[in-house]
Design a protein around this ligand. Structure first.
Ligand code: ZN
Length: 174
């Protein structure tokens, strides 16, 4: 099981590199994605995870569908499918911003409030190298912005309007 690295680890401050064409569909990429899923699934409150958070400076993040598909009728059996974003680019961001509460699996014990665009659109590739575009609002738009920040070496505490300590058992994040 890969460890989620914590603030202070240099990989969290690197600009991650793009996944190259020959890596799509490779066993290496499959293993990386499997490691990311395992690391995220082990976090009860984990919403998303970027590759640098398991020590790999690559432009990949995954979103836990467990967190973003909570409809009343599926609540009891949340889907554990992940949404994979490779070489993601934020192609659009609403000018309108909102202060949102945020935590990070690599900044344990802290929560903060940060201004995030209320809507965001990401263009990315899936694990087979197929491009797609996805727009989102609310929590998913927030996750897009948080994860893309990770790929450029930015942590939410860098830009948060307010940061406070939380007890470990309430630790969540992305
Ligand atoms: Zn994070």
């Amino acid at each position: 099981m890969p460890t989620i690295v914590q603030k202070g680890h240099p990989v969290l401050r690197e600009k991650a590199r793009e996944v190259v064409a020959t890596e799509f569909g490779s066993d290496k990429l499959k293993n990386i994605l499997a490691d990311m899923k395992a690391a995220l699934d082990a976090e009860p409150d984990g919403a998303a995870l970027a590759a640098p958070q398991i020590g790999l400076p690559l432009r990949i993040f995954i979103i836990s569908e467990r967190v973003f598909s909570h409809h009343p009728d599926t609540e009891k059996e949340p889907k554990k499918q992940h949404l994979i974003y490779i070489n993601p680019v934020l192609v659009r961001r609403a000018r309108e911003k909102q202060l949102m509460e945020e935590g990070c699996l690599s900044v344990r014990g802290k929560y903060g409030k940060i201004a995030r665009s209320v809507r965001a659109t990401v263009r990315a590739y899936d694990e087979h190298g197929k491009p797609f575009t996805r727009g989102a609002s609310g929590l998913l738009a927030q996750a897009f912005q948080h994860e893309c920040d990770h790929l450029d070496g930015t942590l939410f505490i860098d830009n948060a309007a307010d940061v406070w300590d939380v007890p470990h058992e309430h630790d969540g994040g992305a």
